[in-house]
Write a protein that binds this ligand. Structure first.
Ligand SMILES: [Zn+2]
Ligand SMILES: [Zn+2]
Length: 335
């Protein structure tokens, strides 16, 4: 099969012919229909100290059609559309007991969505509900990121929420915050072009970064926000997030910044702001995100700005590293 390989050291992904996956008796093999490119994929292929293993096939926002099923797997048939948690979990550790396999340090990830086929352990698979297609299925992961973030922050009904950034995680977080009863959800964006998308997914207002940002936010919140979600993932955002939060408020780091980001503990402490760093989700979050989409409460497909063939993946990555007008690029090996 054709697959996109990360050669390591920040080098561009390369398309290679590799062995087809050979599933174990508890695995399911899918023909990948869609796999989204995530901020994490960009961060982890930049050549920082923390990066994907050399020669791995990345891709964790996938959905596809079952083409082969292990002998011990029950409840699935060929042709079913599925997605899966991108982690197996050892089943024994604290993270696994909490249901967050992403945080399990004893088991391999289930990456590999940037390929024609991939093998998935059935215990982390999720069959898509009736109304969802593969494009929806490949958006369950980013939707679950936002859901987990909102859950970990213990967002309260009537909280006021500021979301820094307007990328897919930011937009998904805006949806959940509103869905969970936030009084006001404001997205702070570098530019105005995602405004319609942000309002359509559930934000109440979009503020475009300028010299008057602070005054605008003060007016919108009649003070400062109860909860601030940092969804940019670049250095120097955390202290800014603390600045935007009220006394005894919360700051939630969802941007997954892989570089050092200096903070001044005394300032955060003197403001009584709590910091949260949610990473991952549970299979329950995946199910809830899928059901919420199935019921028509949200259509994150509005975030898909282009769908490209697997052969174009290096080009797609490099375009996302420059100034661009993309929100979510889907790779489809079917094209
Ligand atoms: Zn992702
Ligand atoms: Zn574990």
């Amino acid at each position: 099969m054709k697959a996109a390989i990360y050669p390591g050291h920040g080098q561009a992904l390369e398309i290679h012919d590799v062995e087809d996956p050979s599933p174990s008796s508890t695995d399911i093999v899918i023909k990948v229909h869609r796999c989204g490119i995530c901020g994490t994929d960009l961060h982890m292929t930049e050549g920082h100290t923390w990066q994907f293993p050399t020669n791995c096939i990345p891709g964790h926002e996938f959905a596809g059609e079952i083409v082969d099923i292990g002998a011990e797997v029950k409840g699935y048939k060929k042709g079913d559309l599925i997605t899966a948690l991108p982690s197996t979990g050892c089943g024994q550790c604290v993270a696994c007991h909490a249901g967050n396999y992403v945080l399990c340090h004893h088991s391999p990830g289930v990456l590999g969505g940037f390929a024609e086929y991939m093998s998935i352990p059935s215990k982390v698979a999720l069959k898509l509900p009736t109304h969802l297609n593969a494009a929806d299925g490949a958006l369950i992961e980013p939707l679950a990121v936002g859901l987990y973030g909102v859950r970990i922050a213990q967002l309260q009904k009537n909280d006021t929420v500021l979301i820094m950034g307007a990328g897919s995680v930011a937009l998904c977080t805006a949806f959940w915050a509103k869905h969970m009863g936030a009084k006001k959800v404001v997205i702070l964006s570098r530019s105005a072009w995602r405004q319609t998308m942000a309002l359509n997914i559930g934000a109440d207002a979009v503020v475009v970064q300028s010299d008057t940002t602070e005054a605008e936010l003060n007016e919108l919140f009649a003070g400062k926000a109860d909860v601030v979600f940092e969804c940019i993932g670049q250095p120097n955002q955390l202290m800014q997030a603390v600045n935007y939060a009220r006394v005894l408020g919360k700051v939630v780091s969802l941007g997954f910044c892989t570089q050092a980001d200096p903070i001044i503990p005394a300032i955060i402490g003197y403001k009584g702001v709590s910091l949260f760093f949610p990473v991952g989700y549970t299979l329950q979050d995946f199910k809830y995100a899928a059901d919420t989409m199935d019921k028509g409460h949200v259509d994150p497909k509005i975030m898909i700005t282009s769908t490209r063939p697997l052969d174009d993946i290096a080009l797609a990555f490099s375009s996302l590293r420059q100034a661009n007008q993309e929100t979510k690029i889907h790779i489809s090996p079917l094209l």
